[in-house]
Design a protein around this ligand. Structure first.
Ligand code: ATP
Length: 363
């Protein structure tokens, strides 16, 4: 068993608070992605879990054990950084075997383990090669393999794929997930890349300026962001957010999107307020201009990204992005109708950015 519980975790550097009152529970064998922009406190949190830094306040527990006085080397934590640390004068085999030899395991067991890890990470063809001549992609794979070989119950990865190329990153996303399942590790994966978090994690914890914003499954966080920060941070292109006014018409909630028109608001919306109207680009349908409820807008730019067409639309200073998936013809300068799927509309308080019907989640 290796669950991790962070309670009231706070880290200050002088007057600056890098991590603020963080409460988060990571279950045994869970893959949690810690997601947020540069400087939001992700690495500081990881360093505290690993034992490289002491918190200013709060506790770290592995299962029921308080870890604060347990030195780094005794925490049973594997750690892989953005900048791989491998022994370049050693072969790939010896690098993977290193931690196992330090533990004094029998030779046959070391050999079996090295070969298993090498196979899982596609390193078998390189086992005899000196590490010095290997590509960055392979070196990063090796850094992961070397840490994974000793089978730490808790595996912390801090932006391990940020130096490798895009095609290789895609391969590694699948391999890492496979590795974590195979070894049954509790994994925390730090990233600023929402795609990595969305594709690999069981749950995502989103941080901003040292504060945990939301924790949930990728789909929960994507579909029901608790605030505009989370709404913007996940998804590419990100959620459209437009100034609007919530009100009622014939007893039903409606939202008047400034300069565009009036649409049904989610049934749970109440009262009248200045809001931000949120809709994901894939939840907009491009249609004829005269469809009831359609916003009439002009196409200002068209991006074709593989099979997807991202259509940039504008009217009276308001801009929207929509993903066209129905084969509706679009060209710059066209006037089109845009319809938002009512169940996909999200409303946020214009002043605070909080989702109207959501309480911030805790871990
Ligand atoms: N030893 C330190 N002394 C002073 N400030 C620090 C120290 N370590 C981190 N910080 C500051 O704390 C904030 C959080 O840093 P942290 O490295 O945890 O962020 P991050 O989310 O991991 O970002 P990045 O992806 O850029 O590493 C940053 O503003 C950073 O400058």
């Amino acid at each position: 068993m290796a669950s991790i519980t962070l309670s009231g975790l706070t880290k200050t550097f002088g007057t600056f608070t890098a991590v603020k009152s963080l409460d988060l529970h990571i279950a045994d064998k869970e893959f949690l992605a810690l997601l947020g922009p540069s400087g939001c406190g992700k690495s500081t949190t990881m360093n505290i879990i690993a034992g490289m830094e002491q918190p200013s306040a709060g506790t770290v527990r592995f299962d029921d054990r308080d870890m604060l006085n347990v030195p780094m080397g005794r925490r049973g934590v594997g750690f892989v950084f953005q900048n791989y640390a491998i022994f370049t004068h050693m072969s790939v085999y010896d690098n993977i075997a290193y931690g196992l030899r330090m533990r004094g395991l029998p030779k046959a067991e070391i050999d079996a383990r090295v070969r298993q890890v090498a196979e899982l990470l596609g390193l078998t063809p390189f086992l005899k090669q000196k590490s010095a001549g290997l590509s960055v992609n392979i070196l990063q794979r090796l850094a992961i393999g070397r840490s994974a070989a000793v089978n730490p119950q808790i595996f912390l990865l801090d932006e391990p794929l940020s130096n490798v190329d895009a095609a290789f990153r895609a391969v590694m996303r699948t391999e890492l997930k496979h590795l974590q399942r195979e070894f049954g590790q509790t994994m925390i994966y730090v990233t600023h890349d929402q795609l990595e978090a969305m594709t690999m994690a069981d749950r995502i914890a989103v941080m901003d300026r040292g504060v945990l914003q939301q924790v949930g499954s990728p789909i929960e966080v994507y579909n029901n962001p608790v605030n505009t920060f989370v709404a913007r941070f996940l998804g590419s292109p990100s959620m459209n957010l437009l100034p609007a006014r919530l009100g009622t018409e014939d007893g039903r909630p409606v939202v008047e999107v400034t300069g565009l028109g009036r649409v049904a608001a989610p049934a749970s919306a109440r009262g009248s307020a200045d809001v931000l109207f949120g809709i994901r680009p894939e939840d907009l349908t491009i249609t004829a201009t005269d469809l009831p409820g359609a916003f009439v807008m002009e196409v200002v730019f068209v991006e074709r990204v593989g099979p997807r067409t991202i259509v940039h639309l504008a009217r009276d200073g308001q801009e929207l992005k929509a993903i066209e998936g129905n084969g509706f013809p679009v060209a710059i300068g066209d006037r089109l109708g845009v319809v938002a799927k009512p169940e996909s509309v999200r409303l946020f308080d214009a002043a605070t950015g909080q989702a109207l019907d959501k309480e911030p989640a805790d871990g």
